[in-house]
Design a protein. Structure first.
Length: 237
């Protein structure tokens, strides 16, 4: 049997080095070309939180080309967990806390990417930028009773997280958060003034070890995944 050698022609694919990068909501600049159907749009990036009741992974969008505000109802330890994962995602994190000693192991592990203070000062220390070789995104995590005002963290690539047992009344940060994490059924009464009675009832139905994530796309009941190495950094001594 004779085999005839054939040649194949490579498919016509767009050059990945010249794909247009388009701002959100705007068309790609310039005349249509072979890559016009493949615009690259800025997108939020998420960190892994845990698994829902079906076993599917649950992520939280924490970094993006816009300002992101997150509320956490529960213990301050969860703020340290978010800080750990934000640093791993490329953010420079400033922690403003009433218990700076609790952050000592995590600060030693994160180095210059984590700053611990008792006052936010003129945050952010520099403009936020996409993750890369520069300063990168800027994140502020605070467990002070009063969260930062609306004017703090309104620039692109900035993230502000407030951790509290109860959201302060008339707080601008909590009026329109991008996401709210509720750390267990005991906080059902705390979430009701923020998100309504349905959120309170759902939170009250959480099983032991579950937390709730509320965001515009819906709600998820999940069990957090925390690695042993993270536990060692989050619990001093």
């Amino acid at each position: 049997m004779n085999f005839r050698r054939t040649t194949t022609t490579a498919p016509d694919r767009p050059d990945l080095m010249v794909l247009p990068v388009s701002p959100v909501g705007a068309p790609a600049p310039g005349p249509p070309g072979p890559a016009a159907g493949f615009p690259l749009l800025p997108a939020d990036s998420g960190i892994h939180l845990g698994s829902d009741r079906a076993g599917s992974p649950v992520t939280l969008a924490v970094l993006g080309p816009r300002a992101i505000r997150i509320g956490v109802l529960g213990e301050s330890l969860f703020g340290r967990l978010l800080a750990c994962r934000l640093v791993a995602a490329g953010a420079a994190v400033t922690a403003v806390t009433r218990g700076p000693s609790l952050w000592t192991p995590l600060r030693a592990a994160c180095g210059a990417r984590l700053t611990v203070a008792e006052d936010p000062g003129s945050w952010p220390p520099c403009p936020g930028a996409a993750p890369g070789s520069g300063p990168g995104p800027q994140a502020l995590i605070t467990d002070l009773r009063r969260p930062p005002g609306r004017a703090v963290g309104e620039e692109p690539w900035t993230t502000v997280v407030h951790v509290a047992r109860r959201a302060p009344a008339r707080s601008a940060h909590w009026q329109r958060p991008d996401a709210v994490l509720v750390l267990g059924a005991p906080y059902a009464d705390a979430v009701t003034p923020v998100l309504g009675s349905d959120a309170g009832r759902l939170t009250a139905s959480l099983e032991q070890g579950e937390i709730a994530l509320f965001r515009p796309g819906g709600v998820a009941a999940l069990r957090p995944d925390i690695a042993p190495a993270e536990t060692a950094l989050l619990r001093p001594g």
